[in-house]
Design a protein around this ligand. Structure first.
Ligand code: MN3
Length: 260
């Protein structure tokens, strides 16, 4: 009995070893550049839905349609991230903001007014109205056909304030990198008309009371992990660099002209 048991155990071991060997060979044979123990990466680009299908529940604020398809920024921001960000995160902020406004008895449809007069102790309204406004700007200033540089008055102002566009980008990247946890990096127009770079935690933004650098945002970079994790994992700086490739300065200029 003991001998039979030992034999069976040995044979099972050998079979197991053999099957491991053949798996290794398959992997090596299928792609000679892969190491044996590398798990094949799941492709990031997947079949995705349509942004026009995203509808908010009845309420004061509704979804502003995305101006491009989820996959159109793919080279820099992958389609799955765009889909989740727009159809899940952004949509949830809108629905929850509408609820929070209703609960607060606030009938305003002026988002900037709502943010400026925010009761910072009302966490539901603060987080969701911020989330709505911040994402509205973020999705709007990205484009597959982005104007790569600012022009006109904004360019002059950037050169005056920061020295050059590159130096502004460095300051924005720095603000994005230093924001611990989740939040945003911003370019704002302050009350005196001057430009400044700042950042806020969570879904706060520079229109809200009591922030470090108050002003009207004209450019916002989402540095929550949900904005970049699938493609960039922990490499926030790489995502910010990529973001500048889809940042449409034409939109930022338009925001500047309204804010100044
Ligand atoms: Mn976000």
């Amino acid at each position: 009995m003991k001998k039979t048991f030992l034999f069976v155990t040995l044979m099972s071991g050998l079979i197991a070893l053999q099957s491991c060997e053949s798996k290794k060979e398959e992997v090596v044979g299928s792609n000679s550049t892969e190491t044996v123990d590398t798990v094949p990466l799941t492709p990031i680009v997947e079949a995705v839905g349509n942004p026009t299908d995203v509808k908010a529940d009845p309420g004061t604020f509704q979804v502003k349609p995305l101006k491009y398809g989820y996959d159109e920024l793919n080279e820099y921001i992958d389609a799955k991230t765009m889909e989740t960000h727009f159809s899940k995160h952004y949509l949830t902020y809108i629905n929850n903001m509408n609820k929070a406004l209703k609960e607060a008895g606030n009938k305003s449809s002026n988002i900037e007014g709502i943010l400026k007069s925010m009761d910072m102790n009302n966490a539901a309204l603060r987080n969701n109205a911020g989330g709505y406004y911040n994402h509205l700007m973020y999705f709007d200033i990205m484009s597959p056909n982005a104007q790569k540089e600012p022009s006109g008055e904004l360019l002059t102002k950037i050169n005056e304030t920061f020295g050059s566009l590159e130096q502004l980008k460095d300051q924005l990247s720095d603000a994005a990198a230093k924001r611990f946890g989740s939040g945003w990096a911003w370019l704002v127009v302050k009350e005196d008309g001057q430009l400044a770079v700042t950042s806020t935690p969570n879904q706060d933004n520079p229109l809200m009371p009591g922030v470090e650098t108050p002003g009207k945002p004209i450019l916002g970079i989402d540095v929550w992990e949900h904005a970049y994790y699938l493609k960039y994992q922990n490499k926030r700086a790489d995502y910010v660099t990529a973001f500048f490739n889809v940042l449409d300065w034409k939109e930022v200029e338009s925001n500047y002209n309204k804010a100044k």
